[in-house]
Design a protein around this ligand. Structure first.
Ligand code: PMP
Length: 367
């Protein structure tokens, strides 16, 4: 059958206009692709802010023995994980939701709040999926430029809020810039309005500060993930804390089985070995410090509280990223992130030898 033929009409014309307007998603290159393209044997990927050490051996053991593939996840499993998260964070169980990563949680929260033409405030630059979701829902994005050090400008954010504002997105530590937000700046925003302040703390474990104390407000949601410090990015599991009434609405909107039992079991098992998580975090922080001091002087590197570093080199990011790839190192070109300069690059903190390869390649490119 001819695809795109005239028989049933062009189904793509039936797509919602909001969806048609979103630019095509172009994923980053994989290790295999780069090996093939440049004829390389060794390639390292420092582009997705993963934990290079993976999960604890205890988690791997649980996964090896998993055998309930044919059965839908049971509410009991979610309850058990919720109990562990509640102990870990010191928050009540009836405020916790578990979802398919922070991505899945964001999707549900947007479905809860954003009608066409509602406003979503995004301090820029920040995590690109916030823009995508706003567009998908037909919302109007209101971008607010950050200060020179990439902290949010709380006065400008407050000024940008109207009675159409539904969600304000606060990412701390911020992707791609790595800075944390001052709790009092975010508090001022929270207190200034009734809109939902969604705090994305995907990288909280790598940071000395967090915004947990803002959970006293009913218009705050704080989201965390097992994808980063816990090393479970592939299992797609995260959680969020919110007011119990919001949680009830969340449960109405969420897909019936957003996370698999495999992911839940792995997340529960990772709480059995928090020392392992801490040791990964410590190693990553030590390497972050080393990369930062090596980069200082060569490029404009920004202090980071996450497991990545953001820098601007004296070379356009697309050119730099291509040259690094040619030398076997994949990093993230951030020049197309809304609010970033054409020189913006993000590198994830990997294992010591991976980071050394990156530093060597960068020195080679920049001469
Ligand atoms: N928020 C931020 C700021 C992120 O950087 C990421 C990961 N790229 C996510 C959310 C998504 O995380 P998850 O794997 O939990 O969906």
């Amino acid at each position: 059958m001819e695809v795109g033929g005239s028989g049933i009409g062009k189904v793509t014309e039936k797509l919602r206009e909001n969806v048609r307007k979103i630019p095509e998603y172009v994923p980053g290159k994989s290790i295999e692709e780069v090996k093939r393209k440049y004829g390389l044997e060794k390639v390292v990927k420092l582009a997705s802010n993963e934990n290079p050490y993976g999960p604890s051996p205890k988690v791997r053991e649980v996964l090896k023995n998993f055998d309930r593939f044919h059965i839908y996840p049971s509410p009991k499993e979610i309850e058990e994980l919720t109990e562990r998260i509640s102990e870990y964070l010191g928050v009540e169980r009836d405020r916790i939701v578990v979802g398919a990563g922070i991505d899945g949680i964001l999707e549900t929260v947007f479905k809860m709040f954003v009608d066409p033409r509602d406003e979503v405030v995004i301090p820029i630059p920040s995590f690109p999926y916030y823009h995508t979701l706003t567009a998908v829902m037909g919302g109007r994005e209101v971008v607010v430029r950050r200060k020179k050090d990439f902290r949010i400008d709380e006065d400008k954010v407050i000024e940008s809020i109207t009675d159409k504002t539904k969600i304000i997105l606060i990412c701390s530590p911020n992707n791609p810039t790595g800075n944390v937000e001052d709790v009092n700046a975010v508090r001022a925003i929270v207190e200034s309005c009734d809109a939902l302040v969604f705090v994305d703390e995907a990288y909280a474990e790598f940071s000395d500060e967090n915004l947990m104390e803002l959970l006293e407000y009913e218009n705050v949601v704080i989201a965390r993930t097992f994808s980063k410090a816990f090393g479970l990015a592939n299992l797609r599991i995260g959680y969020a804390v919110m007011h119990p009434e919001l949680r009830k609405a969340y449960m109405k909107v969420s897909t019936p089985f957003p996370v698999s039992s495999i992911a839940i079991s792995a997340a529960i098992a990772s709480f059995e070995d928090l020392d392992y998580v801490k040791s990964c975090v410590e190693r990553i922080k030590a390497e972050r410090k080393r990369i930062y001091s090596e980069l200082e002087g060569t490029v404009r590197v920004y202090p980071s509280q996450a497991n990545f570093l953001f820098f601007e080199a004296p070379l356009k990011a697309d050119v730099l990223v291509e040259e690094l790839m040619r030398r076997g190192v994949i990093v993230r070109d951030c020049s197309k992130f809304i609010g970033c300069s054409p020189f913006s690059v993000r590198v994830s903190v990997g294992r010591e030898e991976e980071n050394s390869l990156f530093l060597e390649a960068l020195r080679d490119v920049l001469g």
